[in-house]
Design a protein around this ligand. Structure first.
Ligand code: GAR
Length: 200
């Protein structure tokens, strides 16, 4: 099983780092991993170099982005594509060709607080403004719409009365790393191991 992580131009890459480290330590049983990034000059790519990860650079505003992405996924024999801090929609042909094999992480308990424009501190501020007592994160299957696919795994944490968007974001981010690793492990159990048993 080979994993690719697609990061966005604003991504710090902390979820990417958590996933790559989990592949290295064996918590995620992957035979290889690849980072796909829009440019060399973002923090996530610096971290990916430090981890000696394979890196492919393609920019989402390139007119051939969809084709190039599919060509990389095919050439590298990627089984699962994980979006981490990638804030755009993926081209429809990528979503269709890779259906059921693309995951995204969102810093709230979907279906609440998702959708177009809901990312970063806006999500956490909306949770606080609504007076929610708990928040968390969701790993979901990617579709052609923002934050709408079936949820694979969620983790919850409390919202404290004195929380700011920043303090809540930090609490949720700690959960995100575990949640993403857990979701990928679950995906592997459901798709790779289940398939093997079925063929026995
Ligand atoms: C994470 O909090 C992730 O949930 C969020 O971007 C951040 C990326 O952080 N994604 C979204 O809001 C998607 N709608 P990272 O670069 O440190 O992994």
């Amino acid at each position: 099983m080979k994993l690719a992580v697609l990061v966005g131009s604003k991504g710090r890459g902390s979820n990417m780092t958590a996933l790559l480290n989990a592949c290295k330590s064996g918590r995620i049983s992957a035979s290889g991993s690849l980072v796909i990034a829009p440019s060399e000059n973002i923090p996530a790519v610096g971290n990916a170099h430090d981890l000696r990860a394979d890196i492919a650079i393609i920019h989402p505003s390139d007119p051939h982005f969809g084709e190039d992405l599919l060509a990389i996924l095919d050439a590298e024999r990627i089984d699962l594509l994980c979006l981490a801090g990638y804030m755009r929609l993926l081209p429809k042909d990528v979503v269709r060709d890779f259906e059921g094999r693309i995951l995204n992480i969102h810093p709230a308990l979907l279906p609440k607080y998702g959708g177009k424009g809901m990312y970063g501190m806006r999500v956490h501020q909306a949770v606080i403004d609504a007076g929610e007592k708990e928040s968390g994160c969701s790993v979901h299957y990617l579709t052609e719409k923002y934050d709408e696919g079936e949820v694979l795994l969620q983790m919850k944490c409390p919202v404290h009365p004195d929380d700011t968007a920043e303090t809540l974001a930090a609490r949720v981010l700690e959960l995100e790393h575990e949640c993403y690793i857990g979701a990928v492990r679950k995906w592997i159990r459901q798709h790779i191991y289940a398939g093997r048993n079925a063929s026995l």
